[in-house]
Ligand binder design. Sequence first.
Ligand SMILES: C[S@@+](CC[C@H](N)C(=O)[O-])C[C@H]1O[C@@H](n2cnc3c(N)ncnc32)[C@H](O)[C@@H]1O
Length: 499
Amino acid sequence: MPETPPPNEASASSPATPVVLERKPRKNEIVDLTIERIDDRGRGIGPVPQTNLAIRFANPGARIRARVLGRSKKRLDGRIEEILDAGPHASPARCPHAGVCGGCALPTMEYSEQLRQKRRLVEDAVERAFTGRGLDMGKLPSGGIQDVVAAGKLEGYRNKMDFSFGSKRYILADEPEGVDASFGLGLHAPGLYQKVLDVDHCAIAFEGASEILRSTRELALERGLSPWDLKDHKGLLRHLVVRRGERTGDTMINLVTSERSAPEIDALAATLLERHPAVTTIVQNITTSVASVAYGEEEHVLFGPGTIQDEIGGKRFSISADSFFQTNTSQAEVLFDLVREAAALEAKDALFDVYCGAGTIGLVIGEDAGSINGFESAPTAVRDARLNAERNGVDHATFFEGDVLKTMREALDERSLRPDVLVVDPPRAGLHPKVPAQLIELDSPRVVYVSCNPKTGAHDVAAFVEAGYELRSIQPVDLFPHTPHVEAVFSLVKSRGTS
Ligand SMILES: C[S@@+](CC[C@H](N)C(=O)[O-])C[C@H]1O[C@@H](n2cnc3c(N)ncnc32)[C@H](O)[C@@H]1O
């Protein structure tokens, strides 16, 4: 599908004649290049004189005629003008929005190549982090970085989708001039965060998610409900978040709005329920924040229990609208099995599950441990974690609510707790700069760092290695096919002779 050139970019219709250069290409020039790899945003990277060009939706091995758009931090950005040769790793697009939607950055890349590229991203991040700290590469695990564990499902794997409403719809190149673009519901076009691409079908979302999405758009338009304007910070509808318990079929609709507007929202919820009887709960979250996040300050349960349930590793979890829960249930089970293996828990071991969300990792792997100690800042997640422990008959779990820096002190100083196994699973931003020292001070014999961002994960893990931990293994796992995201389990043990 052709893409409307983003503002300030050259028109796609200008003649695309390549220049052969010995100097660095300039804005708007056309160059031919071969893509060698992807970066951590999934952009294809290929060499041009004196630098590299980063191009969205360009697969490794492809020969591309590209227009230079301008400079980003380290390299030039470009856009595909023509695919001269799709290369050996191209596969048919899985979705009608491929190449326009920012949801999947690798929509036409063969899966085996995605896995190869993800492994390389982890490898590069680790090498950079080690070099950055002046660490000897001999401290890398003897087996190197393992191949990425592939995902079982390549479509319909996401149990949660966060769609945005917007008052500036992204206009496709084949739409007529003057078309109404004042309402959009879907995902952002890459790099255009003010604009929302109308998504009709999302191939990676759970079955049924796209139907709810289409109904919501139709009803909101029919009833004249206003979408959020990202610039003026006005409008009622902000996000539509849909969630499904993969193992239970429980389905949640979460309408994130700027105000309560009870008559409109209650009526919308009632019609959605009529049309989608499989929905088990509808909640409304109200947020006054100008940031584009789907978290609410005030929650109203409009139908059902306000939570859904799902299962991982034989344990049942209750999930609130605001709680983090792994978005690929079956693959999270694979991830947790790897964490269990690395943790090698023994009876009586004290397990620290830091950044525990709704308590999932601790409750799944810590059944036979001496104690499970979860640390989490989101109050709803802590509430869910406590309930999850109770419902699963786990009576040796304690959950500490608050910022990890504060709650860790509480566990250490007030309760004199010390971990035998420390599992750390932070958000993409990685650890706050003060946290590694605090975790290292715990002196845990075993540490399992679960990373969802190779860059920050490798950076944090290098701090443990510098402090004397031995990095035993690095096992990447794919939970997000067709995106550049990759999880990795870093297994560390306290080296003998290290105090
Ligand atoms: C990647 S999630 C991991 C959740 C959990 N381990 C799981 O697998 O479901 C990261 C979690 O860290 C929590 N978090 C973020 N910043 C935090 C902080 N400063 N202190 C404690 N928890 C934090 C988030 O609320 C989120 O639940």
